[in-house]
Design a protein around this ligand. Structure first.
Ligand SMILES: [Mn+2]
Length: 302
C-alpha cells in the first residue's frame, strides 16, 4: 500500500524535478490517514499557493483528459481516478468540484486530492464546486467533521484554500468543464478571468451561478431554480448561443445526481456526470477524452 504511494511520489518528483510535498505527507494522504494539525496546515498552505497562481479560466492542452464529477467524501473513487491518471505517461485529469460534505470520508478525500495536486499540479486540475464554500459546507457535514477532528481555525483555512480554486477549465480551446452551469449575463468565457480570487462565498453573482446552475432541457433562456434565490436553470437557447459565441463543442459539468450517474443534454453536447458511490444506482463515472471527443466512459466497480 505505501509502496504504491512511494512509487507514485518518486515518479512524479523525478518528472517535475522538485520536491514540494514531502514523501511521508503524501503517503499518509494516499492511505487516508489523518495528518497532524501542523502538517495539515502545511498541506493547505502549499495547495493554496498553487491555486493562487492558476487563472479562473484555466486553459489546458492535452491529448488525453479524464473528467470526474462530484465525489463528496468518496475517498476510494478519487483514488481509483488518481491511479488511472498516474498510470498514464501523459494526460490530465479534471475533478469538477464537490469533494467535501455528505459522504463518510470527507477529510480523507480532500486531503488526498490536495496532496496529489501539490505533487503533480499540471496533471491534476481541481475545480471549485458549490460545496467548496461555507454556503454549503457549514451545513452539509464538513464543518462538523472538521470540528470533530481539528478545530474552527482549521475549517477557516480549508475555506480560504477553496476560495482560490479555479472556476472553469478550457480544454484544447473547445471543451469547457465546470461544476454547475452557464451563468446569466456571461457572454465570453474570457470574462471569467476577471472574477476575483479568494471570493469566499463567492459574492460574484456569475461565479456563484457557475457553481450552482443546472441545465434544463425545456427551458428557453433562464428560469429560477428551486435550489434557492439567485440560482437559475439554463436552457437550450442560452446553451446554443453561449457555445456558438465561444466556438465551443462540448460542455462537461457535474453537480446533479441522475442514476446511473451520467446524463446527456442538448443533443448530446452537454454531459452531466456524477462520481460518488454512496447514491443508489450510481456507479461512479469518469469520462475519457481523446483530444476534443469522448473516447470512453469508465465506471468504477465496487
Ligand atoms: Mn454541487
Amino acid at each position: 500500500m505505501s509502496k504504491e504511494a512511494e512509487e507514485i511520489w518518486e515518479k512524479n518528483v523525478a518528472e517535475t524535478g522538485n520536491v514540494v510535498i514531502n514523501k511521508e505527507m503524501f503517503i499518509k494522504a494516499w492511505k487516508g490517514e489523518f495528518l497532524k494539525r501542523k502538517d495539515l496546515l502545511e498541506l493547505l498552505k502549499l495547495s493554496k499557493k498553487i491555486f493562487q497562481h492558476e487563472k479562473q479560466l484555466l486553459e489546458i492542452k492535452s491529448e488525453k483528459t479524464f473528467f470526474i464529477g462530484d465525489t463528496h467524501g468518496d475517498f476510494q473513487t478519487s483514488k481509483w481516478a488518481l491511479k488511472k491518471i498516474f498510470a498514464t505517461d501523459k494526460g490530465k485529469i479534471v475533478f469538477l468540484g464537490d469533494y467535501v460534505d455528505r459522504g463518510p470520508e470527507q477529510i480523507e478525500n480532500i486531503n488526498l486530492l490536495l496532496a496529489a495536486k501539490i505533487l503533480a499540479p499540471k496533471k491534476i486540475i481541481l475545480l471549485r464546486g458549490n460545496h467548496e464554500s461555507p454556503l454549503a459546507n457549514k451545513y452539509y457535514g464538513f464543518f462538523k467533521e472538521i470540528l470533530r477532528q481539528y478545530d474552527a481555525e482549521t475549517y477557516k483555512e480549508y475555506n480560504e484554500t477553496f476560495s482560490f480554486m479555479p472556476y472553469v477549465v478550457l480544454l484544447n480551446d473547445k471543451v469547457l468543464g465546470l461544476h454547475g452551469g452557464i451563468p446569466e449575463n456571461l457572454k465570453e468565457v474570457e470574462e471569467i478571468n476577471s472574477f476575483s480570487k479568494g471570493d469566499l462565498m463567492p459574492s460574484n453573482k456569475k461565479a456563484l451561478q457557475i457553481l450552482w446552475n443546472d441545465p434544463k432541457e425545456y427551458v428557453g433562456t433562464f428560469s429560477p431554480s428551486i435550489r434557492g434565490p439567485g440560482i437559475m436553470y439554463f436552457g437550450r437557447e442560452t446553451f446554443k448561443r453561449f457555445m456558438e459565441k465561444n466556438k465551443l463543442s462540448f460542455l462537461i459539468r457535474a453537480h446533479e445526481y441522475f442514476p446511473p450517474c451520467i446524463k446527456y443534454f442538448f443533443d448530446g453536447k452537454l454531459v452531466s456526470i456524477f462520481s460518488c458511490r454512496f447514491y443508489p444506482e450510481c456507479k461512479p463515472k469518469m469520462l475519457v477524452f481523446r483530444k476534443e471527443k469522448i473516447e470512453e466512459v469508465l465506471e468504477l466497480n465496487i
